[in-house]
Design a protein around this ligand. Sequence first.
Ligand SMILES: Cc1ncc(COP(=O)(O)O)c(C=O)c1O
Length: 465
Amino acid sequence: MVHYPLEPTPAQMRALVEAATERIIAHIESLPAQPAMNVEGATEFARTLIEPLPERGESYEALLDFLFDEAIPRSFTAAGPGYLAYVPGGGLFHSAIADLIANAVNRYVGVCAAAPALVQLEANVVRWFCDIAGFPRRSGGVLTSGGSLANFTAIVAARKAMLPDDFLRGTLYCSNQIHHSFQKAANLAGFPYANIRELPVDDQFRIRTEALEAAIARDREEGWTPFLIAGSAGTTGTGAVDDLQSLARIAREQQLWFHVDGAYGALFMLTERGRAAMRGIEEADSLILDPHKTLFLPFGTGAVLVRDVRTLHRAHSLHADYLPAMQQEDELVDFCEISPELSRDFRGLRVWLPLKVFGIEPFRQQLDEKLDLIQFALDELRRIDGVEIVAEPQLTILAFRLEGSDDLNRELLARINAKKRVMLTPTTLDGRFVIRIAIVSHRTHRDRVEMALEDIRAAVAEVRK
Ligand SMILES: Cc1ncc(COP(=O)(O)O)c(C=O)c1O
């Protein structure tokens, strides 16, 4: 039999998977014991890796050893229980298996005709998300690589739905707390940054609706064309949820597009508390959410949902002679017709497989647990003398600081993180340096939050010496 070097034999394939599996399992088992961050010297190490295109192959085993022993450990342990930084991710193992399957079978899901059943599985995932959001039947959407591209796709759809081709008088409204991927996406969609109105927030970091209405009125008087209001269903800084009902009302009255960034927060709609916090989200014209945050998936999975899927279609549909025929049935979908991508990975499988294996209940429980954990952290922080809660949790993020200077708080954060059991990150609120705790991962439980509090208490004592 002819042996082609790029196609391993069945025995080789088995060995390849087994060797990787062994290391992956050891790695995941060791996650709780790994330092929450391990990047000292990592950049210098990275520089030593620069090399020319390899002419010859090397041992697979040696390469795996390099990856697991040298490259992977020198990073933030973003998949570990102590990662309470930024907006934590997860890394469901079932999704990793789904990716292996999807990549190994390598079917084409850009157009329905190429793999109708697989496309339908991904379309089911999108439908489930629309149902969670309370969107109507005519809604739809597409899975993206993350929230940033989801924002971009939504803004392009809104622009095409609301403005003429010459759209440079169009203005967009958001709070000064919205994730910067919104402004970036608007700019990529063609709007100068000067067309984006970043409005002030109230004492809970939610957009001030009277400021929003005043800005819209002022812009109209000056000859601008207001067209989009963006609310946050969980800001990155503090997890603040804008008054989405009021934003929906203003958008309706003013005949503007209502966009919601729920990249972090929207999936809390699975819980009772989340639904109560996010009333009005179901009125959005477009909504983004990130399964790689609050559904604990590996990085690389976001979603954009729109109230009327035809808006995505109008913005993205384009035909070519060399493509398979696009089907015309409402029930089926060609992802390339409603998104910027043509070829892409079968990312739906990494959502579909864990949801089918577990059902939704364990996800709901996990999110409820995180809502409880942040309340526990809040209660304990309040007991520490001199700690000020700057942002109480609305979902699972809070911000605090120790009375004293920004430098003192920088020192405090450095000392907490130096213990390496948790990784916290800061932000600036009202011009002051604050420390955030973000609890999202399916691997973070009460024991780790207790460690975080122990380390905070110890660090407070150290900086006070
Ligand atoms: C609220 C919010 N929106 C949007 C984004 C951007 O999402 P992504 O990083 O998936 O592109 C983030 C990322 O952390 C976020 O927290």
